[in-house]
Design a protein around this ligand. Structure first.
Ligand code: IMP
Length: 423
């Protein structure tokens, strides 16, 4: 058994879903396991002129591979049901670990009400992710396996619903009330349906892709706390959340520039018309919430940190086409902190008071999407010389090879410079 982890190196939205889809095409790959996060994530996969948006289901599903929602994730069963319906016959290879924690209605209320009360907001997606992981850690979570048995679910809710009603109403001033019987009925029905997808733990011999959500800088321990999500999008989370003992390769997915949704430090942020153009060209609006993403230049010190904490062995560079048409492109190569130059972060919290020092490189000409697709078929050497140089600069700076280059949303707009077994 071989495991290849696919992790985000920035603040999420690096197009990990597309990279997992592309890698899943390899004959060596037998399965994909989503290891962390929930429907705060949105993974977009485009092929055959159709766009699919997945929140819970691993992107390996599109190549007919065994696709497991791993126990490190949290799932909203209603959202998962909609995804299963969207996929139709493709959902046949879906499995869900019975130990996945369930996002309950009270988690969503707690998430939204807590954010509203905070003076310093995180800018969560409002999907109940934090409260669900908090209940898991507090050992009062409900797992998918508990939805399979209506009786035990009912007993658990008899304890939990009064507790949650009391917290929501008294601590948060909520004027609603949770109806235990209605919730018990709805979630037992989900359980009945999802039982047919229960994962029995068997994975065939071959390569397993571990599909991450979010990115290193959003890791609850390794990220820019408190402006983070509530799980581990990094390699440790990939192993704990999938049950795999080791990863043989770690593919770090990075966008050719940086984006961030929600609050928190962002040293290379562009709040001017250059940023607005990048947002427009890159369609940088949240897959889950539709919120406009904050946009900025590439940040090498941050990426060095992400490569180090993940043990990244290969890079997948996405959205290189989006930078086209810029006369010049800036890259933050070091940080200046109170007059001292910093090459790589020792911890993500160091981002907070960093001033980026930029190197300016020449841009490359704008091309139509059809032209990019055609160039991708020809290979790396067909890309504009300045774009190739941009890729080489990243490789030199991070000392990791760029094995995959993506120049468009479609599956075919991808250059694979190394086969999967060499990553
Ligand atoms: P939560 O995960 O909904 O609790 O949100 C915590 C922080 O992580 C917020 O800043 C969100 O915008 C951010 N976040 C969560 N999921 C994603 C994602 O998939 N892409 C980008 N940002 C995310």
């Amino acid at each position: 058994m071989k495991a290849v982890a696919v992790v985000g190196m920035q603040f999420g939205d690096e197009a990990k879903g597309k990279i997992v889809d592309v890698l899943s095409n390899s004959r060596d790959v037998v399965a994909g396991i989503r290891f962390a996060g929930g429907n705060n994530a949105g993974h977009t996969v485009v092929f055959g002129g159709k766009e699919y948006k997945l929140h819970h289901i691993p992107s390996s599903i599109f190549h007919g591979k065994l696709s497991v929602i791993g126990h490190g994730t949290v799932v909203n069963p209603g959202v998962l049901l909609d995804e299963i319906r969207q996929l139709g016959a493709l959902a046949e290879n879906l499995r869900i670990s019975p130990n996945v924690h369930v996002i309950m209605p009270y988690h969503i209320h707690e998430d939204v009400l807590l954010e509203a009360k905070k003076s310093s907001k995180v800018g969560t997606t409002g999907r109940g992710i934090g409260p669900c992981y908090a209940d898991k850690a507090n050992r009062i979570g409900i797992r998918i396996r508990e939805l399979f048995d209506g009786e035990s679910l009912n007993r658990k809710l008899e304890f939990l619903i009064p507790l949650k009603n009391s917290t929501l109403q008294h601590a948060y001033g909520w004027d609603g009330a949770l109806d235990k019987d209605a919730i018990a009925m709805e979630y037992a029905a989900y359980g009945k349906f999802l039982k047919t997808y229960a994962f029995d733990g068997t994975v065939p011999e071959g390569t397993v892709l571990l599909e991450g959500a979010q990115g290193a800088l959003l890791d609850i321990d390794m990220g820019t706390y408190p402006f983070v999500t509530s799980s581990h999008p990094t390699i440790g989370g990939a192993l704990a959340g999938s049950g795999m003992p080791k990863a043989d390769a770690v593919v770090g997915v990075m966008k050719a520039y940086t984006t961030r949704v929600g609050e928190g430090p962002f040293p290379t942020e562009l709040t001017n018309e250059v940023g607005a153009k990048l947002r427009q060209e890159g369609r940088e609006f949240g897959t889950t919430t539709g919120r406009p993403r904050r946009v900025g230049w590439l940040d090498i010190p941050m990426l060095k940190y992400a490569a180090r904490v993940n043990g990244v062995t290969a890079l997948a560079l996405t959205k290189l086409d989006v930078l086209a048409g810029m006369p010049e492109i800036k890259i933050a190569v070091v940080y200046d902190r109170a007059g001292i130059q910093i090459n790589a972060l020792s911890h993500a919290t160091d981002v907070a008071d960093a001033t980026p020092v930029y190197e300016i490189v020449k841009g490359w000409k704008a091309l139509s999407q059809e032209q990019w697709n055609a160039l991708a078929q020809e290979g790396f050497a067909a890309l504009p010389e300045e774009a190739q140089e941009y890729v080489r600069l990243i490789e030199r700076s991070l000392a990791v090879p760029v094995a995959i280059v993506s120049v468009g949303a479609d599956r075919n707009a991808t250059i694979l410079r190394k086969p999967l077994h060499e990553l």
